[in-house]
Design a protein around this ligand. Structure first.
Ligand code: NAD
Length: 447
């Protein structure tokens, strides 16, 4: 229907939007390194000039403590931008093959690989780190010379609205667009053709994304989740392990894709670990985490109900308090948890840590291999042979010894899953690889 009275500012539909971004890409404007660097620098300014606004939005949506908001959703992306700007030229440099690799071709032949941008990409983000997980992929997309559609999570509306307002103020509006909305809007976006789709979220929607992408033979990156196990060996300093474990598990109220999901340890270590976890939680969040400035909330009532239902498994070592009106669940540790109990059937994504007893390393490895390949696997052990066994005999997106969740802070390490925990990876140079085509080139002299 024709609406002559429609205001000029009315949002364009997904088809026209993607056509506009494609047209921009076709002009070649996004290819020169200077354009990419300028966009990244602008994105950096967005973060530094709106640090407080970002923290306010995250507090409104998630009660995210300010220190966590700064660290994970401002400083982390800024570091990724700085690292990318410092290395972009080096990462984009064509890679020549050694002349010895060209045996049989005419004298003077050369060959190598070079990256080229893909075109227009779609980035879909979840609610748990709604800024980082939308804009760190964008760093890679821009650094690789693409145009991009961003779809923030509707579950965190204040953050979504802030990003939708700020992006056009800082970035090339013909090259980057934000589309807000939930399932209908994302479904409409997914009907368009892109040159890459980068999705972070749960595996059920990951399948919807991959199906939509298949229609157009569009490659995908799927950053999914799952139950990330922790193996605690009997030889460790339990107090030190508990501190690191508590900090990783209860940050963002447990709503972190790489958070330790559950612990596997022997029956002698389990009670001591539970005791030390309690001490660590009191040290970090005080005797009443509910009144702590550094403890978060569950994102909404739907997720509260889901996590609340998991509190009944095993024996509550400490925690277990909750308040639905405040979407609060206390840091909770469950002991003597059996593998068939509810808390062990799905990714917890909340502040509940079950401890499952196993009889040593072999049983732990068998337990891990009986389940979906996790996004992360963590180990605490003083024993090098134990580390070798865990590394060689299990499969996971990432493997971290000694400090859970720290591997994703190393930008030269690829971050991503395997099997049920995802497809592809990113961060640093790996983002360039994800958002580029690596073209083979052979030059043979004439005559
Ligand atoms: P979510 O509910 O915000 O959904 C993610 C995105 O999918 C949103 O943008 C949403 O609009 C879109 N979406 C939802 N339903 C859809 C549908 N039917 N069709 C099309 N799009 C749809 O977030 P979530 O999935 O609850 O996020 C939590 C999950 O994400 C956990 O499993 C977690 O482990 C995983 N996660 C993974 C990473 C990682 O980097 N690997 C990071 C964070 C979270």
């Amino acid at each position: 229907m024709h609406h002559p009275e429609a205001p000029a500012s009315e949002a364009v539909g997904p088809e026209a939007l993607v056509a506009k971004l494609r047209a921009t890409f076709a002009t070649g404007r996004t290819r020169p390194p200077a354009w990419r660097e300028e966009q990244l620098t602008q994105l950096r300014s967005l973060f530094t000039e709106h640090r407080e606004d970002i923290a306010d939005a995250l507090y409104a949506d998630l009660h995210k403590p300010r220190t966590e908001a700064y660290t994970a959703e401002v400083d982390f992306p800024v570091r990724e931008i700085d690292h990318t700007l410092a290395h972009l030229e080096e990462w984009l440099r064509p890679q020549p093959l050694a002349p010895g690799a060209l045996a049989g071709l005419p004298e003077g032949s050369t060959a190598g690989t070079q990256y080229e941008p893909l075109g227009t990409v779609l980035i879909i983000a979840p609610w748990n780190y709604p800024v980082q997980l939308l804009l760190v992929p964008l760093v890679g997309a821009l650094a690789a010379g693409n145009t991009a559609v961003l779809k923030p999570s509707e579950v965190t509306p204040a953050t979504s609205e802030l990003i939708a307002r700020l992006i056009p103020e800082y970035l090339d509006t013909d090259a980057v667009a934000v589309v807000e909305g939930g399932v209908p809007e994302t479904t409409a976006l997914l009907a368009q053709r892109y040159d890459h789709i980068f999705y972070t979220g749960n595996g059920a929607v990951g399948r919807i994304v991959m199906r939509a992408a298949a229609e157009h033979l569009t490659p995908v990156t799927l950053e999914l989740g799952g139950k990330s196990p922790v193996f605690v060996d009997r030889d460790v300093d339990v107090a030190a392990v508990a501190t690191r474990l508590a900090e990783a598990k209860f940050r963002n109220a447990g709503q972190t894709c790489v958070a330790p999901d559950y612990v596997l340890t022997d029956p002698d270590t389990a009670p001591a670990l539970a005791r030390e976890l309690r001490t660590a939680v009191e040290r970090v969040f005080g005797a009443d985490p509910k009144s702590s400035q550094t403890y978060g909330r569950i994102v909404n009532e739907r997720h509260f109900d889901r996590v609340f239902a998991l509190l009944g498994s095993g024996t509550t070592a400490f925690g277990g308090q909750s308040d639905r009106d405040d979407v609060y669940i206390a840091p909770t540790v469950l002991t003597d948890v059996k593998p068939d109990e509810p808390v062990m059937q799905e990714e917890i994504f909340g502040p509940v840590l079950p401890i499952v007893n196993v009889d040593g390393l072999d049983e732990a490895i068998a337990f891990i291999n009986d389940r979906d390949k996790p996004l992360a696997l963590y180990g605490f052990t003083e024993n090098e042979t134990t580390r070798q066994h865990l590394a060689a005999e299990t499969s996971s997106g990432g493997l971290g010894f000694g400090l859970p969740m720290a591997h994703l802070r190393v930008p030269e390490l690829p971050f991503g899953g395997v099997g049920e925990s995802g497809v592809g990876n990113y961060h640093g140079p790996h983002s360039i690889a994800t958002f580029s085509h690596r073209k083979a080139r052979l030059d043979v002299p004439l005559g």
